[in-house]
Design a protein around this ligand. Structure first.
Ligand code: GDD
Ligand code: MN
Length: 408
């Protein structure tokens, strides 16, 4: 990541040292040229008089949004920065994390660029966090005084409801005290954000932060989700699928959870296995070779599901045929290993056949899981993730009034 900072060394003045109670407002934008001027105006009207602020746009636009921001920033009494990304890695969530990383103030407020989140609430979010000693303050549509007036149509309301319910049931403890984990409007203490642990994927950046960074002390403030000022939502069915992948990734972050999912997927493999056996024997094949072939069907089925659901973001370490080959080898070794292991447990250790079989099943299952993780889906030595580039520029000269920036 290459950043370009406009504050020259040696010119950092006292006013730029982060002061408690100052805020960096991070705004992700994707083609919001018709909204950003209005947003900056609303911020000017309601924030700097009550709280020193600075605005950081993280922009993935293909239109002239950065230019419009640059022009509108000339009328703003606080520093405005545009960080334009060449590659929109992680989408909305990835953009927000970039903005948070660049923030030098104690508090960061994240809000949308389309005026659906009222800037007048920014000082209140921070004040509430300071008063309560909280690390995270969520602007919620689902507590008394809040509403989702601006959520267009009953379809979106139903989807939003269902998603909130599903998410809360998957993370009952981590999301305790957060009625609106889907909100895109919140204040967080910079020190609570473990940026390196985050793997943002699409829209639900609050969920990502709450689950992976686990900020201490969470409180909420009600807000009314406004109508978009101009343009249309950038969310789509594709974004919905991304959300489900995001959920799966978050839920399988711990090895135990991954092992459970691995086991559940394995259990579903019985179905193609038995179906295959039935079809092959019905076609006249001897049952022994049929067993072997049918087992491969189960292996292929498991491989497909595991690739889609469990190790989706770890596929790139090896080529497809390499992964499939290793996976199939491990799955068949499991079968080959089980029989001698049972014989050993019964013959050497005097166990009964049934408990010996159960123990062998569990043992080979754990071995297979550990083997699959380590031999198929772990990075090979010398293989590292690629980084992206971003251009950043302060677009007005109010740096003396802002909060200090963090060198990346
Ligand atoms: N940088 C960047 N990159 N910004 C993006 C991207 C992207 O790929 N996609 C969207 N944005 C920006 C938009 O320009 C806007 O400023 C903000 O993110 C929200 O996008 P919208 O398209 O307006 O989202 P929404 O109104 O449908 O959804 C909002 O409300 C939901 C609650 O119903 C968001 O705040 C969601 O996070 C929230 O869950
Ligand atoms: Mn919106």
């Amino acid at each position: 990541m290459t950043h370009e900072f406009t504050v020259p060394e040696g010119e950092v003045r006292a006013a730029e040292i982060p002061e408690p109670g100052a805020v960096t407002i991070v705004v992700p934008t994707f083609n919001e040229s018709a909204n950003v001027r209005q947003l900056l105006r609303q911020i000017t009207d309601s924030v700097p008089g009550r709280l020193p602020c600075e605005v950081v746009f993280v922009d993935d636009s293909t239109d002239d949004t950065p230019d419009v921001i640059r022009e509108a920033a000339q009328d703003c009494p606080y520093p405005v920065t545009v960080l334009h990304r060449e590659e929109p890695v992680g989408g909305l969530g990835g953009a927000v994390v970039e903005g948070i990383k660049a923030a030098g103030s104690d508090w960061v407020v994240v809000m949308d660029g389309d005026c659906q989140h009222p800037p007048s609430l920014v000082p209140e979010l921070v004040a509430t966090g300071e008063l309560a000693g909280a690390g995270l303050v969520v602007a919620s549509r689902y507590i008394k005084g809040g509403s989702r007036a601006g959520l267009a149509g009953s379809y979106r309301v139903a989807v939003s409801r269902g998603a909130t319910w599903l998410t809360k049931s998957l993370f009952p403890r981590r999301l305790h005290g957060i009625s609106d984990p889907m909100s895109g409007f919140f204040a967080i203490r910079r020190s609570m954000v473990t940026a390196d642990l985050l793997k943002p994927l699409g829209y639900k950046i609050l969920l990502e932060l709450a689950v992976r960074s686990r900020p201490r002390g969470v409180t909420e403030v009600p807000f009314v989700f406004q109508d978009r000022f101009a343009g249309e939502s950038k969310s789509s069915a594709r974004e919905g699928l991304r959300f489900l992948r995001h959920l799966a990734g978050l839920r399988t972050a711990s090895p135990v959870a991954r092992m459970v999912v691995f086991g559940l997927i394995g259990a579903t493999g019985f179905l193609p296995n038995l179906l295959g056996l039935w079809a092959l024997t019905a076609a006249g094949m001897h049952y022994l070779p049929a067993e072997i072939v049918a087992n491969q069907l189960g292996v292929a089925w498991n491989f497909l599901l595991i690739e889609r659901l469990l190790f989706r973001d770890r596929r790139h370490f090896r080529r497809l045929w390499d992964r499939l080959g290793r996976f199939a080898l491990l799955a068949n070794a499991d079968l080959l290993l089980r029989i001698p292991l049972i014989a050993l447990l019964v013959g050497r250790f005097g166990m009964d056949a049934l408990p010996a079989t159960a123990l062998a099943l569990v043992t080979t299952f754990v071995l297979r899981f550990v083997g699959t993780e380590a031999l198929v889906y772990l990075p090979r030595r010398g293989l590292r993730g690629s980084s992206t580039t971003a251009r950043e520029s302060r677009v007005n000269d109010n740096s003396d009034r802002g909060t200090a920036r963090r060198a990346a």
